[in-house]
Design a protein around this ligand. Structure first.
Ligand code: A3P
Ligand code: MG
Ligand code: MG
Ligand code: MG
Length: 349
């Protein structure tokens, strides 16, 4: 099956959203940031990005039934106290569309923006097609001026068939061994994959793509690994014990967001370890696009027990303890190190 028009629509939608995020990140205001009910941050750019992607996908693919599973909703925006914020988001969305020259026949009202955001309330599942969107993955990184991603994927009958990952602050050249702060040189990458078609990357400012592949390193001593910058999102002590067992020598490369999947897909590092603290449930939008970008570049993504990720169960991923990513050669020894480290952690409690 061809997903050409869906891919073109997804790339356009994610690129527009990336432009909005870049504009906000350059001049973030205190009033642009709110706290959600789970205490996590959300900004005008998260909402604006979600509205833009939703709107652009529906304009680009008018004949398709539209279903989207996305992180944000308009509940907090529809409170009286948020009217100004909603107006600011609406202006941002219209400004980006105007500067791009897209859809010049229409200007969005605040109601249109709320509707576009709330198109993301689908439950997903194993039947039909569903877009999966994280409008800003790594909002904490975005607020620090570090890495973040606009992550958009398409589920078809429960399988991820397409993914686009826009990473506005990711250098075009290798980041392993360095920090996530932008090195001199060009930043802003867009990764895209369609099932069976490989993974490609280009600069956010051009469309000339190169095919990327995960690293083929099979000696852990030469491997470097990625993990969350935020210790609250992943247990750094557990990943350190796994890395030690494997014989990894390099220190962890800590960066925010699914930019980790993008960087791994082009061989910047060989391993990504994610072990949330007890009780956390992973959402599909935090992994769908990253998963296919890595899988189509030849990598393997599983839970801590080695099971493939199942995106067909609704808004959450049901999985065993954590997510691990590497190339096929390293996976068996990584799984063993994970198993042993988890057993040691459990027996020390
Ligand atoms: N306690 C927690 N444990 C694990 N992940 C968490 C978490 N709290 C938030 N997250 C998720 O971690 C994502 C960021 O991942 P990373 O640590 O790789 O940058 C967040 O995405 P958002 O920024 O889209 O909300 C959020 O979904
Ligand atoms: Mg969030
Ligand atoms: Mg996220
Ligand atoms: Mg997000």
């Amino acid at each position: 099956m061809s997903y050409d028009k869906e891919l073109a629509a997804a790339k356009k939608a994610a690129s527009l959203a990336a432009r909005l995020c870049q504009k906000v990140q350059r001049a973030i205001l205190q009033s642009d940031v709110q706290s959600k009910s789970d205490k996590s941050p959300v900004t005008v750019a998260d909402y604006g990005s979600q509205a833009l992607v939703s709107y652009a996908l529906q304009r680009e693919l008018p004949s398709e039934l539209f279903s989207m599973v996305a992180e944000e909703d308009s509940e907090d925006l529809c409170k009286d106290s948020a009217q100004e914020t909603l107006e600011r988001i609406t202006k941002l969305v219209n400004d980006i569309l105007a500067s791009d020259g897209s859809y010049s026949d229409s200007t969005l009202s605040t109601d249109d923006v709320v509707k576009a955001i709330d198109c993301g309330k689908s439950e997903g599942g194993s039947q039909g097609r569903h877009w999966v969107l994280d409008p800003i993955d790594g909002t904490k990184g975005f607020l620090r001026g570090d890495q973040y991603a606009i992550a958009l994927a398409l589920l078809d009958e429960g399988k991820v068939v397409l993914g686009v990952l826009a990473c506005p602050n990711l250098p075009l050249t290798c980041i392993a061994g360095g920090s996530q702060h932008s090195l001199p040189g060009e930043v802003g990458c867009l990764f895209f994959s369609v099932v069976g078609g490989g993974t490609y990357m280009h600069s956010l400012d051009s469309s000339s793509a190169v095919k990327v592949q995960v690293s083929s390193i099979d000696n852990p001593e030469e491997a470097s690994f990625f993990e969350s910058y935020e210790a609250a999102h992943s247990m750094h002590d557990l990943s350190s014990s796994i890395a030690k067992k494997l014989g990894v020598k390099a220190p962890p490369v800590r960066i925010d967001s699914q930019a980790k999947y993008g960087a791994l897909s082009r061989g910047d590092g060989v391993i990504y370890l994610r072990f949330p603290h007890k009780g956390y449930r992973e959402k599909i939008w935090d992994h769908a696009a990253g998963y296919i970008v890595v899988a189509e570049a030849g990598g393997v993504v599983t839970d801590a027990a080695g099971n493939p990720l199942d995106f067909s169960k609704g808004r959450y991923l049901d999985l065993d303890t954590g997510i691990i990513v590497t190339n096929p050669k390293l996976m068996p020894s990584l799984l063993q190190a994970v198993r042993e480290s988890i057993e040691e952690k459990v027996s020390s409690l």
